[in-house]
Design a protein around this ligand. Structure first.
Ligand SMILES: C[S@@+](CC[C@H](N)C(=O)[O-])C[C@H]1O[C@@H](n2cnc3c(N)ncnc32)[C@H](O)[C@@H]1O
Length: 185
């Protein structure tokens, strides 16, 4: 979900040695074109779909995915180098609400026992740990240990299994990565 320009798509395809069905979805016409070019350039067999990921369970069907990678738009406060930016609390809350729409669709898209990896390139609790609380308490997903463990853990109870990359500590783009599982299966 939210796959363009396709860095993670190409990476998972190669990690799986091409022995998987990968569907990469983005809603932007221009970005989907570039994603298709990238898939062709790499010689990957990936299906690229232009669609709204908030409705993906209705488009592809509920319970069809073994894995979902959700890398939604975010307030991008971890991106470096960043010379100047202005984000208000209202922007952050709007981003967090938008992300929860994708989380809901991802939960329905997964088969029981399926795994969701959620990531953002921002540092706010609202878009990270608090959205994980939503995924656990409202959507019934279970948080699992994310790895590698060489970075920092997330903040508080809903972050303890997640990864945080802090620009100030790790000298890399700030990132939050969590792994969740849909019970059952
Ligand atoms: C953080 S970027 C994804 C980067 C990508 N995962 C990668 O690793 O190359 C977020 C993407 O979400 C897409 N997007 C935003 N709203 C969307 C929606 N409703 N449905 C599908 N894609 C959406 C944007 O077009 C953008 O390409």
């Amino acid at each position: 979900m939210c796959a363009a320009p396709g860095g993670k798509t190409g990476h998972v395809y190669e990690l799986a040695g091409g022995r998987v069905r990968v569907v990469a979805v983005d809603h932007s016409r221009g970005k989907v074109e570039r994603l298709r070019e990238e898939v062709r350039r790499l010689g990957h067999r990936v299906e690229v779909l232009r669609a709204d990921s908030r409705r993906l369970d209705r488009i592809l069907g509920a319970g069809v995915a073994d894995y979902v990678i959700l890398d939604p738009p975010c307030s991008s406060l971890g991106v470096i180098p960043k010379v100047w930016d202005r984000k208000t609390l209202r922007d952050v809350e709007a981003a967090a609400r938008y992300q929860r729409r994708f989380l809901r669709a991802a939960q329905r898209l997964l088969r029981p026992g399926g795994v969701l990896v959620y990531s953002t390139c921002t540092m706010t609790l609202r878009e990270n740990e608090e959205n994980m609380r939503y995924a656990v308490e409202e959507l019934g997903l279970r948080l699992e240990e994310a790895w590698p463990r060489r970075f920092s853990r997330g903040i508080g109870f809903y972050g303890e299994h997640a990864i945080r990359v802090h620009p100030s500590i790790h000298r890399a783009t700030g990132y939050f990565i969590a792994r969740l599982r849909k019970p059952g299966g």
